[in-house]
Write a protein that binds this ligand. Structure first.
Ligand code: SAM
Ligand code: SF4
Length: 500
């Protein structure tokens, strides 16, 4: 293993869903434990790890494009290693090293814990290492983590999925659902809260089926209620629920647990019953809408968002009109809209009546326009209301230019707000009044009504100071360094690059 004298730097490039972002925190923790030092993207590190996604076809193309760009970089950087993990690695396996023979390590979704050993073996043997397992080696949550944020954390409650949605490649790459024990999950949440984390997001491909693994169908609602007892934990979120398994006990638990946020991201996929049947999504449009009604009567302020796929095989203009109609009735606060992407090996890939790309594209534009129009209307309803904002780091790309800061409201809406003087820190909590709205965000341009300094804000400031201290010691060596998020960013060639 590399020691301090030969400390090698690494960067992780993450694609896809929250599960992947969380896996990347584990990969970073593993590498740091093994003696590597993290630097930010674009700083010519010794090891680049791609944590890939396979959900849509463009993810494949993007990976091979990025690997191509790295070849000349690797040629000019002796000892550099490239590792590819995640869903696309699980899918393509040795094909990756055939298409990109300059890749050193390929690892799958079931063995992320092997990364440091595989890098070392590839380095010693001077030969690419491909290791893909068919079932989970150990639950990733037992691995060390280097978390991105001191105020907000992902917590996996399950991995894998027992559903068979005909468009989806996830079950074949992530395996069957495995549930973590509630006691382990709560112990992790309590540890996070004691470190100052204010917000957690419970992660699973289908959080509503959580508990099937240990025979308790009510386990998810109970878990939400238990989160309500964790001292210091202010915000609890989850993703993704599945309409088929969404039961009233979960709605009751959401409404009756003070720190469970009034926000629900519940994937719809299609508003047509015929397409839902063909997708093997075992609920129908009226059931979906009835869940929304019950959620709204229990939590009138809830913001509801969704995922929708356009152009699934066999989708007619009438099916698409049903989706538009449901979107109007659902009054979504936002939606992730996707063009159907054929995934070889999934049942939908072999269905007749694949929809021509130009039809998919045209429907996609119409859906996106409707979603934007309706989410603007929903956001405008909040103008004039006071909202509580958890200040975020890096959520507002234009913040410097607009002199605003950004964060998330309790209902998960993004808000750009005018900060007080002195400005709050990421992790602090601000109460402010909404003064404007756009389809994807709110604005608050008056002075905040209240600013609450939190332990999470202290933790963010401490992290900043640590990074600044480390940067100072590196600049003494002649490197130009700045801090970005959780990373030290070396600008230009560092004068202290360790030798491998
Ligand atoms: N488990 C979640 C659920 O049941 O909805 C979703 C997981 S998936 C990572 C996130 C979203 O990607 C899905 O909700 C779906 O809208 C989209 N998606 C999955 N497969 C797709 C495909 N083949 N083409 C287009 N979009 C897809
Ligand atoms: Fe894929 Fe369906 Fe499982 Fe979600 S529930 S991961 S869409 S198979």
């Amino acid at each position: 293993m590399p020691g301090a004298a030969t400390q090698r730097s690494f960067e992780i490039r993450t694609y896809g869903c929250q599960m992947n972002m969380h896996d990347s925190e584990r990969l970073a923790g593993l590498l740091e434990d093994a003696g590597y030092q993290r630097v930010a993207e674009g700083t010519n590190p010794d090891v680049v790890v791609f944590n890939t996604c396979a959900i849509r076809e463009n993810a494949d193309n993007r990976l091979y494009g990025n690997l191509g760009h790295l070849l000349p970089v690797k040629n000019s950087h002796p000892g550099m290693q490239i590792a590819v993990g995640g869903c696309l690695a699980q899918k393509d396996r040795a094909t990756i090293t055939q298409r990109a023979p300059w890749v050193d390590v390929v690892f799958g979704t079931h063995n992320i814990g092997s990364l440091p050993a595989l890098l070392e073996r590839a380095r010693v043997q001077q030969q690419a290492q491909v290791e893909i397992l068919e079932s989970l080696e150990r639950f990733p949550s037992v691995l060390p983590a280097s978390r991105e944020s001191p105020y907000s954390a992902w917590v996996a409650i399950s991995v894998g999925c027992n559903n068979t949605c005909t468009f989806c490649i996830v079950p074949s790459l992530r395996g069957r659902e495995e549930d973590r024990r509630p006691g382990d999950i709560l112990a992790e949440i309590e540890a996070l809260a004691s470190e100052g984390v204010l917000e957690i997001t419970l992660l699973g491909q289908n959080v509503n089926s959580y508990g099937v693994g240990f025979g308790d169908r009510l386990a998810f609602g109970k878990l939400l209620r238990s989160c309500g007892n964790v001292a210091g934990l202010e915000r609890v979120r989850f993703t993704s629920p599945h309409p088929r398994d969404f039961t009233d006990d979960v709605i009751d638990a959401m409404a009756e647990t003070a720190n469970v946020m009034p926000a629900l991201h519940m994937p719809l996929q299609s508003g047509s019953d015929a397409i839902l049947r063909a997708m093997r999504r075992a609920y129908r449009r009226e059931k979906y809408l009835a869940i929304l009604d019950r959620v709204r009567s229990a939590m009138p302020e809830a913001a509801i968002t969704t995922d929708i796929i356009v152009g699934f095989p066999g989708e007619t203009e009438k099916d698409f009109a049903d989706t538009l109609d449901l979107v109007r009735r659902a009054r979504f606060a936002g939606a992730f809209t996707f063009q159907y992407s054929l995934r070889p090996g999934t049942p939908a890939a072999d269905m007749p009546d694949q929809v021509p790309p130009e039809v998919v594209g045209e429907r996609y534009e119409r859906l996106a326009a409707l979603v934007a129009e309706l989410s603007l209307q929903e956001n405008q309803k909040l103008v004039g209301r006071e909202v509580e904002v958890l200040v975020a780091d890096g959520e507002g790309r234009k913040d410097n230019a607009t002199h605003r800061m950004s964060g998330r409201c309790r209902d998960n809406r993004l808000i750009h707000f005018a900060p007080a003087d002195p400005a709050p820190r990421p992790g602090d909590v601000v109460t402010t009044m909404v003064t404007g709205a756009a389809p994807h965000y709110l604005l608050a341009d008056g002075a905040p009504v209240a600013v609450r300094h939190t332990q999470a804000g202290d933790a963010w400031a401490a992290q900043r100071n640590r990074l600044a201290g480390a940067a100072e010691s590196l600049t003494e060596t002649g490197s130009v360094v700045t801090a970005r998020g959780n990373n030290l960013v070396l600008l230009g060639m560092p004068s202290r690059r360790p030798t491998a």
